[in-house]
Write a protein that binds this ligand. Structure first.
Ligand SMILES: NC(=O)c1ccc[n+]([C@@H]2O[C@H](COP(=O)([O-])OP(=O)(O)OC[C@H]3O[C@@H](n4cnc5c(N)ncnc54)[C@H](O)[C@@H]3O)[C@@H](O)[C@H]2O)c1
Length: 253
């Protein structure tokens, strides 16, 4: 059986990715700082082994990677956080916290994985966000950290391709799960945000997990260094609301 490491696995999108990885035949080492929640996940899903580890702690990450019974075939850097606020008011502590988890955690886990994987190759998938490809109100340090994750992924892909390791990013859009649940609990925010999505609905944790499992699969064996945006077309619709005079093409004003 192949081992998969999923970070931030206890809740939200990470828990659903873990379930999908088990269905795809992996044994999942579920890494999280929330000990109760990660044990609950393991009790609920056969094939999941809980591991309490802080991905920003270099020693803990290296120890947890070394403790795996076999080199992992799949690593999903999913642990992440957002600290909302406009840059003008953003505290250095909030800036550092998001960079530390979203970017440095991805580096530490990716590096430890690649060192362990190097004999057999495998797939690393880093969770970014549409905030990594476009600025957003009050996204503060989140946008900078997720943009950097996309670039770090390209660097990892280039450096580790010769070791048989593919590295890609998944950038979820407006997802009705995990850290965004409080946003979508407000019906007005839900309606307003959904109205911007060309496909007419919010995304789900399953949409993200399906994309992760596609990139992990043999069907994606020639794909590396890419960022796959899962957003129902949102980030490609920036021109959707623009008027164009009838004198040009007879379309709506
Ligand atoms: N939910 C969304 O709307 C959305 C949209 C775009 C991108 N994303 C990204 O998807 C990923 C998962 O998001 P989510 O919504 O499921 O988040 P979540 O807050 O529901 O879950 C994050 C998990 O990470 C764990 N975690 C926090 N710090 C950790 C650390 N130092 N070490 C190990 N684990 C730690 C938490 O305990 C939690 O279980 C994140 O990288 C996030 O940025 C989410």
């Amino acid at each position: 059986m192949n081992w998969a490491v999923v970070t931030g696995a206890a809740k939200g999108i990470g828990a659903v990715i873990s379930e999908h990885a088990v269905k795809a035949g992996y044994l999942v080492s579920a890494w999280d700082v929330d000990a109760d929640a990660v044990h609950r996940l393991a009790d609920r899903v056969d094939g999941v082994t809980p591991c309490v580890v802080d991905v920003t702690d270099e020693v803990a990450v290296n120890d947890a990677m070394a403790a795996l019974p076999e080199p992992p075939a799949l690593v999903v850097n999913n642990a992440g956080m957002v600290r909302f606020g406009p840059l003008l008011d953003l505290a250095l502590e909030d800036w550092n916290a998001a960079l530390q988890l979203n970017l440095t955690g991805t580096f530490l886990v990716g590096r430890a994985a690649a060192r362990r994987m190097s004999d057999i190759g495998g797939s690393i998938i880093n969770l970014a966000s549409i905030n990594g490809v476009a600025a957003a109100p009050n996204a503060g340090s989140y946008t900078a950290s997720k943009g950097a994750v996309i670039r770090l992924t390209e660097q990892m892909a280039m450096e580790w391709a010769s070791r048989g390791i593919r590295v890609n990013t998944v950038a979820p859009g407006l997802i009705d799960a995990g850290m965004s649940e409080p946003i979508y609990a407000d019906p007005d925010a839900r309606r307003q945000r959904t109205s911007h999505v060309p496909t007419g609905r919010l995304g789900t944790a399953e949409d993200v997990a399906d994309t992760v499992m596609f990139l992990a699969s043999e069907k994606a064996s020639y794909i590396t260094g890419q960022n796959l945006v899962v957003d129902g077309g949102l980030t490609k619709a920036v021109l959707a609301g623009l008027a164009r005079p009838r004198s040009v093409d007879g379309g709506p004003r």
